[in-house]
Design a protein around this ligand. Structure first.
Ligand code: SF4
Ligand code: SF4
Length: 485
């Protein structure tokens, strides 16, 4: 027998985790206890991020602020997990487990470093009947993602009113979009109790968060602030200040903040200044900054309304220059309008990596792109495009490979990680799959309806920015509503 490769070791480890979970129950998953995303702007929570969010009852957080995570609703799902059942809200994982041989997130997440501290609790008690953990018990999660507010100065084409105040203002003023889905109309949000509390008003969920925070903070492995635009929320700065001032910093914390890199200069500078203090005094284990862009130049500005790509890039450079330890990740939501000049972004990313990747940062690959494809709204998915445009994606993957072969001029390190290239390749592969003609037609109809209205409302001009799509646009314009509904 030869030595095991790392990949074989990983599979072995995951199989062990699966065995341990399954011995508790077929639906057991640590993420239900240890991981949470909390949407404080509208009082919703879910564990993990796959199941739909549910409303947090106000009377529960009045009794105990940890009900931001430990709702009775969630406790019932935990009970099912401890009694060999599969909570139906986790169908994301059951689909994977029933239809393929790959490890589901239930296994992957339960094997993450932040899940480790929980394993002791699911040992059997001495009587060998009950677990050390009771399903009614309140726990502090170790991986927390939080939205403090939906305040945002952008209204990206694929975003939504409960996530961005700019979007909310527009929809309140002009209503939903005339797509077959009535894109972004408020009816659905109201029905699902997703309407946000205006960020200037008192918010009982944010209040509960701060009551819980001193206790929660000590147990955290990862804390991620997302939005809205977090730099527009005073609570983001309150977290940073807390960490700077506390006598008992949790030095094992991985802290991350998302930003659209388009906040006013004084907020950007204030943010950089505080992160500098936190990282230089070693008050956290790792600090990660996340931002988003889906193309380059005026095309990227069209996709992410509010973005000024020059200011964006200046802020990225400023961040990487002034902060010598944190990493910067570009989260790309690759969509139908990305294909036309994503190669320019790849080239810029290469230059940025060359300039700022450094062994002094927390992670050696410190400027990265995390490329995923846009699923919703489906009318903006790259799958609506004619094949000839989708071929651009393969050229972009090839471009990454050819840059990769050159390597860094001086250091000779990898430029793009395997994962970065693989994720773009997967998008191309995904486009090759079968497509249902009826939904394709409907999505193309909606694409035309959405951006026609977008141009009217926002005084933009899609064909001015994307002259490449002229013919496709005309074809979409000819689809009649009664053909698609
Ligand atoms: S079972 Fe899957 S969907 Fe449910 S919490 Fe775990 S990882 Fe998330
Ligand atoms: S910056 Fe983020 S929160 Fe704001 S509109 Fe864009 S995607 Fe939505």
């Amino acid at each position: 027998m030869g030595m095991k490769t790392q990949a074989e070791k990983d599979v072995h480890e995951l199989n062990k985790t699966k065995g341990r979970l399954d011995s508790v129950g077929c639906g057991m998953c640590v993420a239900k206890w240890m991981q949470v995303t909390i949407h404080l702007q509208n009082g919703h929570t879910h564990s993990c991020h796959h199941p739909r969010t549910h409303k947090i009852p106000l009377d529960e957080i009045k009794k105990d602020p940890s009900a931001l995570h430990n709702t009775w609703y969630k406790k019932h799902a935990r009970k099912e997990m401890l009694t060999d059942a599969r909570p139906s809200e986790c169908d994301y994982c059951w689909n994977v487990e029933d239809n393929s041989d790959v490890f589901s997130d239930r296994i992957l997440k339960s094997n993450e470093p932040w899940a480790k501290s929980f394993w002791d609790k699911i040992q059997h008690k001495k009587d060998n009947k009950n677990y050390l953990i009771d399903w009614r018990e309140n726990v502090n999660p170790t991986y927390v993602e939080v939205v403090f507010s939906n305040a945002c100065n952008f209204k990206c084409s694929y975003c939504a009113p409960h996530i961005s105040t700019q979007w909310m203002n527009e929809i309140k003023d002009k209503g939903g979009y005339p797509t077959t889905t009535k894109f972004n109309s408020l009816g659905g949000l109201k029905h699902s109790q997703l309407m946000p509390i205006p960020h200037k008003e008192e918010n009982p969920y944010v209040e509960a968060f701060w009551k819980w925070w001193p206790d929660l903070y000590q147990d955290l492995h990862t804390f991620r602030i997302t939005g809205g635009e977090p730099l527009l929320s005073k609570d983001t700065f309150k977290v940073l200040d807390y960490i700077i001032k506390t006598d008992k910093p949790n030095k094992n914390l991985v802290l991350s903040v998302n930003t659209n890199m388009g906040a006013p200069d004084e907020l950007m500078d204030k943010f950089i200044e505080k992160v500098k203090i936190i990282t230089e005094r070693n008050l956290v284990k790792d600090f990660q900054i996340f931002t988003s862009i889906d193309g380059w130049g005026t095309k990227s500005e069209y996709i992410r309304h509010g973005l000024n790509y020059r200011a964006f890039w200046k802020n990225c450079e400023k961040t990487l220059t002034k902060l010598t330890k944190p990493s910067l990740t570009f989260m790309v939501t690759y969509n139908a309008l990305s294909v036309f000049n994503f190669d320019l972004f790849i080239e810029q990313l290469y230059l940025l990596k060359e300039k700022y990747n450094s062994v002094d940062r927390y992670t050696s690959n410190s400027v990265v792109a995390d490329i995923s494809y846009l699923r919703h709204p489906s009318h903006q998915s790259v799958r609506i495009l004619p094949k000839v445009f989708q071929e651009n994606i393969q050229s972009q993957v090839n471009l990454m490979h050819s840059i990769q072969e050159k390597g860094f001029t001086e250091k000779g390190d990898d430029v793009f990680s395997h994962m970065e290239m693989e994720k773009l390749q997967r998008i191309y592969d995904w486009c090759q799959g079968d497509i249902d003609e009826k939904s394709l037609k409907r999505n193309r109809y909606d694409f035309y309806q959405f951006f026609t209205e977008h141009d009217k409302r926002r005084k933009t001009n899609i064909l001015g920015v994307f002259p490449e799509i002229k013919q496709f646009w005309e074809e979409c314009s000819k689809i009649k509503k009664d053909e698609v509904v």
